[in-house]
Design a protein around this ligand. Structure first.
Ligand SMILES: [Zn+2]
Length: 439
């Protein structure tokens, strides 16, 4: 085959994805993610490696061993492609050589930059080129066609990559039960079946529970919960899961509650609303959404001021709502919260009788910061209700992709259960090992 595929990380785990394709003299990297788990299965925490140089991280195999990729080496990689703005797909971007161009969507770039701003770090995007969907672009021997997919990260893409008559399709992370589910239909109409290899995620294998709940069903269930809760409703969700923010915004409207984003989510929504594909998001900067308010958690607001990001604080002042305003009518509020805010919430008497909607993967409850946060709220009389749907494809959706693309082989990635692929898909499965060259 005239394309060589090496999976540097991701054949045995969810997260930390890093794939290399080479053809002739051209080498490209698909995603450069931070792991979610250590080799022993415990949670990966980058702060455990504070103070180590990039080369030391590579020597400890925290950074994948990719020659000519990093800032301490002579660059020999032609480009890095980022499928979407989740840390487990771009988290090590700051270590790559600044001369290597990085391709991502304009929406992903926005989210990566916002994350850097809010954790008080420099943006890792120095040499970034935004592709414009659905146009192809060329990197040496490769022609790359990005395909918009539905995922819990805004502006996520799969890549169809061609060189010397061979085609590889990398799914990235995807699903079809979100508001952008229709994008998968567009994708299947554009990609000719018979790809030489389908590198496909399998996050949900081992977690499956039939068909995933759609975001619009989740919005209706959230609206019911809001109607039936006598007190305030709090929501804990990923601040960058914008489909979910839309679902809760809809629930708030239907149940006649005010949607109160914290300044972080307000900023994310405002920024993406001005990116391609972001039109229609409930943007606090848009007067067409008069029922949105913004609250300012003390620690976060101070951090933004300290890091000279006061303009972000200023931007949403006209929508400001203080926590002192809520007790006048708790039944009118749907307030976005997250771990680290428990001290600020601790003194609030009106939380008693309220509901916290936990809208994240169940497994995160094992993390200490989440446990502490949920326990603190429960101790204040808040009941915790789970209401979530995955950002990843359920099994029927995975099967549909395989069936539509008719691959000559499937390469499992981003999964803990690659052994299941052979049983689920009627196509040859190439089980690669991390770092192994094949195809
Ligand atoms: Zn993802």
């Amino acid at each position: 085959m005239s394309i060589t595929c090496t999976i540097h990380r991701g054949t045995h785990e969810i997260g930390g994805t890093c794939i290399e394709l080479s053809s002739g003299n051209t080498r490209i990297i698909l995603d450069i993610g931070m792991p979610l788990v250590n080799p022993d299965g415990t949670e990966f925490r980058i702060k455990d490696y504070d103070g180590l140089s990039g080369a030391e991280l590579r020597d400890r195999k925290v950074l994948p061993c990719v020659e000519g990729l990093y800032d301490w080496e002579t660059p020999t990689v032609d480009a890095v492609l980022i499928s979407h703005a989740h840390q487990d797909h771009y988290g090590f971007l700051s270590h790559i050589h600044p001369d290597i161009p990085v391709y991502m969507s304009a929406g992903s770039l926005k989210l990566v930059e916002i994350t850097a701003a809010f954790i008080g770090k420099k943006s890792p995007c120095n040499n970034t080129l935004c592709f414009s969907w659905p146009s192809c672009f060329q990197i040496g021997a490769f022609t790359i066609r990005p395909h918009l997919v539905d995922h819990s990260s805004f502006s996520a893409f799969a890549f169809e990559i061609e060189a010397e008559g061979k085609r590889i399709f990398y799914s990235g992370d995807f699903r079809d039960h979100g508001y952008l589910g229709k994008a998968m239909g567009w994708l299947y109409r554009r990609v000719s079946p018979g790809v030489d290899a389908l590198i496909m995620e399998g996050t949900m294998l081992g977690r499956e529970n039939g068909r995933a709940r759609t975001e619009s069903v989740l919005a209706s269930e959230a609206a019911e919960l809001c109607k039936n809760t006598p007190g305030a409703v709090l929501v804990y969700q990923s601040g960058q899961n914008l489909s979910r923010a839309v679902a809760f915004y809809k629930a708030a409207r239907v149940s006649k509650r005010q949607c109160v984003f914290d300044v972080y989510m307000a900023h994310v929504l405002d920024e993406v609303a001005h990116s391609p594909g972001g039109e229609g998001f409930p943007d606090p900067g848009n007067l067409e959404f008069p029922d949105i308010r913004v609250w300012y958690p003390k620690r976060l607001t101070q951090m933004l001021k300290d890091k000279k990001r006061a303009s972000i604080v200023q931007r949403h002042q006209h929508r400001k709502m203080t926590l002192e305003e809520v007790p006048k009518n708790p039944k009118k509020a749907l307030l976005f919260v997250r771990p680290g805010m428990e001290d600020e919430l601790a003194s609030l008497k009106w939380l008693d009788g309220g509901t916290l909607i936990y809208s994240l993967w169940e497994g995160y409850k094992d993390q200490e910061k989440t446990r502490t946060f949920l326990n603190a709220l429960q101790a204040q009389g808040v009941r915790v209700i789970d209401l979530h749907t995955s950002g990843h494809a359920d099994i029927p959706t995975l099967k549909r992709m395989a069936y539509k693309l008719q691959p000559k082989c499937i390469v499992p990635v981003h999964t803990f259960h690659r052994d299941r692929y052979a049983e689920l898909f009627p196509f040859p499965v190439a089980e690669l090992e991390d770092g192994c060259l094949e195809l």
